[in-house]
Design a protein around this ligand. Structure first.
Ligand code: PMP
Length: 385
């Protein structure tokens, strides 16, 4: 069995989460959480509302500002398309985002562009981060909405959300944050960071797949238009019967991450430091991004003279990836690395290693040794050609 080092694409569920979901599925809470005429529905509804409190408390929001979704992809679609459809009243509006974003943000932006809005994407710096000066310089007077991710899923680079948020609040610009990779891993306070909309997922933080949430600031945004039409659940903003066990699992995962955030971070940082120290003797590699400002769980490294596929194949005891799992179905070079100025052969020689709560220091070190072996083996093969 390979050692799993692909925590940025998804995480295994924590055993406490599995136990919680199992208990919810086995108890008499299988009623429809909207059927409030009997105890089965009431009991499911109670679980949903308690879970809403857990998610809200992790980010210093009010429970009625949390909307359940199927994951961060849907939350990003709702935050952009749902906001646009609710607020757009014919005037020309400009939305600003960046080339670093996940495809679910980029595609949502393209879809509102098709509906007549102006959309522009700013370039990150060479480290894959949004410079506040570039951001402010690109700001046109008619920008009413900014969408910027917190932690990048390919490089781990972390944007200064609080600085961008404060600028947006001061200039009455709505600020959306894709927090799929940061929630539960680094502290987020939606009030201090001046966030208006924020997308969250459960499966990146030891919760189940297929569930997430959107934070909607009730003072600055209030409502969005539902993009999923039907029975009017979630105060008419997201129809569909709520999956009680998934939501309870997400809440448990968030409660655990609140308890463990500091310890997890320190441990993961130690894994990263050991890994990088061990591979530092290899020639001709570079870190995509910088150590400074990076979430330590994600490492993107480039071997310009090698192919990532060969490296992944050669590291046979480890499950690592080329980059983002979401775009690896399409064989296009990563738009994130491209926007950072990497050349095609550098992108083709990039691998992503991501650590999690379950990674041991020993595994991180063994991965580094295996990488050293793989690089030397592949270079010998090339030399022999
Ligand atoms: N945004 C980012 C930054 C992500 O990393 C991901 C998952 N790769 C998503 C959004 C989509 O999340 P989900 O899988 O919950 O739809």
């Amino acid at each position: 069995m390979k050692t799993y080092l692909d925590f940025a694409s998804t995480t295994p569920m924590a055993s406490e989460v599995i136990e919680k979901m199992h208990a919810v599925m086995s108890e008499a809470s299988y009623g429809n959480p909207s059927s409030l005429d009997h105890q089965f529905g009431l009991s499911a509804n109670k679980i949903i509302e308690e879970s809403r409190e857990s998610v809200a408390s992790l980010i210093n929001a009010n429970p009625d500002e949390i909307l359940w979704t199927s994951g961060a992809t849907e939350s990003n679609n709702m935050a952009i398309v749902g906001f646009h459809q609710f607020q757009y009243k014919g005037q020309s509006m400009r939305f600003l985002s960046s080339h670093l974003e996940h495809k679910s943000v980029i595609e949502s932006m393209h879809s509102i562009k098709d509906l007549g809005s102006n959309v522009c994407f700013i370039q990150p710096n060479e480290h894959g981060r949004i410079d506040i000066e570039t951001f402010v310089n690109q700001m046109e007077e008619d920008v009413i909405y900014v969408s910027c991710m917190h932690v990048n899923n390919e490089t781990g680079l972390t944007n200064d959300i609080e600085e961008i948020g404060k600028y947006c609040r001061k200039n009455e610009i709505i600020f959306h944050v894709d927090a799929a990779q940061s929630i539960g891993k680094i502290p987020i306070d939606v009030k201090d960071m001046c966030i208006d909309l924020m997308s969250m997922s459960a499966h990146k933080v030891y919760g189940p797949k297929g569930v997430g949430a959107l934070y909607i600031n009730k003072d600055t945004v209030g409502r969005i238009k539902s993009i999923i039409l039907g029975g009017g659940q979630e105060r008419g903003m997201r129809s569909g019967t709520l999956p009680t066990h998934q939501i309870a699992g997400m809440a448990k995962a968030y409660d655990l991450s609140k308890e463990r955030m500091d310890d997890d971070y320190k441990h993961i940082k130690q894994c990263r430091d050991n890994f990088i120290k061990t591979i530092s003797n290899i020639d001709g590699w570079k870190l995509n991004g910088t150590d400074k400002d990076a979430y330590p769980g994600i490492i993107s490294i480039c071997f310009p003279d090698l192919y990532s596929e060969s490296l992944i194949y050669a590291m046979e005891d480890f499950a690592i990836s080329r980059g983002s799992a979401c775009s690896s179905d399409h064989d296009e070079p990563s738009h994130v690395l491209k926007s950072m100025g990497l050349l095609d052969h550098e992108i083709n020689g990039t691998i992503r290693i991501s650590f999690g709560r379950n990674t041991t220091l020993n595994e991180a070190e063994s991965a580094a040794f295996e990488l050293i072996k793989a690089v030397s083996h592949l270079r010998n093969l090339k030399g022999g050609n």
